[in-house]
Design a protein around this ligand. Structure first.
Ligand code: ZN
Length: 289
């Protein structure tokens, strides 16, 4: 990538930091496709056209109704519900949000009249602070489980990463996990995008993913991109740790934001969305020393 592009991007990262939500909410909607993962579990897939895609939705069917993990953009609500109708006639009873961003919570306002929605407490605060529609009625700090039709869905908070309010949502009997944007991209292994306006931390991210690995999932649903497995999650965790090690070295060497950006592009194939939080990253790693 040309140097002047990098400089423009890093300046843009600062300007964009406060309007993350607006950026994701304005993204174009994509056609919905869905896929069965287990007898009672489906994924409604986002597409893989880039960072502005809507998030993946997990659909768990129980004898007493449906549990969703995330609900995409507001404009996707009718199509999401039509996909659920193709899977089961039962109603959506619960939605668990992986974090607050609008491509994962945009359907909340239309879900709330008929379903309870749970979100980590920090994530709900970000929704309130940025006047997002559909803040859930129920929060938790470390862990919460929904029990429906004899099945459990468990949201587990293991620390900061993409924001300070991301959870992994684990479905024990299917050994399936939805990671939200703690893992987001095409091909499983992806680069980190830190929303520093919402408490993100690259330093904490590997340990947060270790919390998800401890749950020993077989099926790993990323926030965006193709469904993978535990080995894919382990490889993703190792890449995030490698990015952290490399960035820490560069910051300790007092490299400039565009030098760090250039290295991230060549070493880790960073895309423009990964470069947006570079100023915040340098601040985080400097303060950590
Ligand atoms: Zn996000």
């Amino acid at each position: 990538m040309h140097k002047s592009t990098l400089i423009r991007l890093s300046a843009g990262a600062l300007a964009l930091a406060g309007v993350w939500t607006a950026y994701t909410q304005n993204a174009p909607t994509q056609p919905l496709t869905f896929k069965q993962l287990k007898d009672d579990l489906w994924v409604i897939e986002g597409t893989s056209n880039g960072a502005s895609d809507a998030g993946n939705i997990a659909v768990l069917v129980t004898s007493e109704g449906v549990v969703l993990v995330d609900d995409r953009f507001a404009q996707d609500f009718p199509e999401v519900m039509s996909v659920v109708r193709k899977i089961t006639p039962l109603p959506v009873k619960y939605v668990l949000n992986t974090h607050h961003h609008g491509d994962h919570t945009g359907g909340n306002a239309q879900m709330l009249p008929n379903a309870e929605i749970l979100i980590q407490a920090n994530a709900r605060k970000h929704m309130i602070d940025t006047h997002m529609p559909g803040p859930p009625h129920i929060t938790f700090t470390r862990e919460a489980s929904v029990f429906l039709g004899g099945k459990e869905v468990r949201a587990v908070y293991s620390g900061r990463g993409h924001t300070d309010g991301d959870v992994a949502v684990f479905i024990p009997h299917d050994r399936a996990i939805h990671l939200g944007d703690l893992m987001a991209g095409t091909n499983g292994v992806t680069n980190p995008v830190m929303d520093y306006s919402s408490g993100a931390s690259l330093k904490a991210w590997p340990a947060t993913l270790d919390g998800a690995l401890k749950l020993d999932p077989e099926i790993v649903i990323p926030g965006h991109g193709a469904v993978t497995d535990k080995a894919g999650l382990q490889a993703h965790r190792n890449k995030i740790a490698a990015v952290l090690t490399c960035a820490t070295t560069l910051v300790n060497e007092n490299k400039s934001v565009d030098e760090i950006g250039k290295t991230m592009v060549t070493e880790f194939d960073f895309k423009p969305i990964n470069l947006r939080p570079l100023d915040g990253l340098i601040t985080e790693l400097k303060n950590a020393n």
